[in-house]
Design a protein around this ligand. Sequence first.
Ligand SMILES: *Cc1c(COP(=O)(O)O)cnc(C)c1O
Length: 518
Amino acid sequence: MNMQSIGRPTRPQTASTDVSAEHAQGLLQTEPLIFELGGWDKTGVDLPEPERGAADDLGDLIRAAPIALPGLSEPETLRHYVRLSQKNHAIDLALYPLGSCTMKHNPRLNEKMARLPGFGDIHPLQPQSTVQGALELMDGVAHWLKTLTGMPAVALPPKAGAHGELCGLLAIRAAHEARGDARKRVLTPTSAHGTNPATAAFVGYEVTEIAQGPDGRVDLEDLAAKLGPDVAALMLTNPNTCGLFERDVLEIARLTHQAGAYFYCDGANFNAIVGKVRPGDLGVDAMHINLHKTFSTPHGGGGPGAGPVVLSEALAPFAPQPWVVKDEDGWRLEEHARGEAERGFGRLSAFHGQMGMFVRAYAYMLSHGSDGLRQVAEDAVLNANYIKARLGDLMSPAFPDGPCMHEALFSDAWLEGTGVTTLDFAKSMIDEGFHPMTMYFPLVVHGAMLIEPTETESKAELDRFCDAVRGLAEAALGAGSDVAALERFKVAPIKAPLRRLDETLAARKPRLKWSAPS
Ligand SMILES: *Cc1c(COP(=O)(O)O)cnc(C)c1O
């Protein structure tokens, strides 16, 4: 771009951007925002003046005011982002025990495949004859997902688990409406992930909670009492967010179907059962699969993700368009035929889904094979039970009877009287070099601490983690009325780039846009 003709970017009015108040810690650099770094009177690149003035081509569209972006050189830019990246925890640094999130290693083979030009450099508007391999790969992903779940159809477009829930509930609503039986309510258990009731409400349903028994599983009597002719669907996570398999799932499906409702399964925890259990055999009508959890595609920090939804025979006609099909001319994306389009709910997103995630997930599926995927589930469950066993004598397992699935859940009962809260304990893990576990979720367990190691951790790393947590737990339990000994929990983290943040304010009044300090 010709900087001369649009004027150099001028620095927005800012107060002093003196960041020297904070100092680098060791090799960890402090880093201001890119806008505060400035470089307002320079650009990172030198481009020759165009032969003709830009106005010749742009006419009225020529930019009148400066664009107000800072100009940094390549090394400045690189350092900025590398410094920022070092402020965060990453799965490539250490165990990332966030329960329900399935933070597992992202194999580099997947990355290599996703960068092949035939996958990485294509465009969704390219003629379909030029992307035959990519379409075939999408069909391969669909085939594996259908085979692993025992379901006849899959919608690939959803871009995340929550988006998959939206897809599933829109298909369910379309199916009810096609029968002239619009229903009003969706049931979710108290332990449900927040996205379940949020999705149901977004689609326009009223949400009714169903209770859980003392064993952490759906209370069948409460479910039966709340099912009725106005219930559109039950949304159930299995294994559930307490890390437990819903043993009565067949009965749950039977009761749901008997009431004319659909059984939506939140499949975010598929990692625990992939290759072992086919949700289609359990009576599930729709289930999203988080490729970024079970199938190892990278996530965190809000994306990217992919949440394909497998659908039963009854819901398949209501899937969003397009589908990948093959005929004598090769692979292509098919849209609903006219007339048929009125049955489904149309498109869920502009194109066909997250191609980069499909390639990574497919590489993961093919490199593991079905035996390998079964072992993924077995090792994920084994690792979680190892943690439950190693920490269970000090901390309070929320459901001590029997093994857990892929995550170990503790309540804060063991901290009672110590003055240390779940939040204090989780924050103090940062000072030990570990990302905290999921805390205060699921809501049904008081002061919950939910630990999911995933199958990609070795015994040595699990031990390193358990030793650190045990050390902290012993310190919390042994502090007694020793105020100084409690202090480390109250002020933690002290070794992180930022100390304790006001999480309520961050959630209620997020500042998502930089503006010049006034
Ligand atoms: C992660 C998760 C979701 C939401 O998935 P996103 O991909 O983050 O939108 C829904 N339910 C459960 C149980 C989850 O763990």
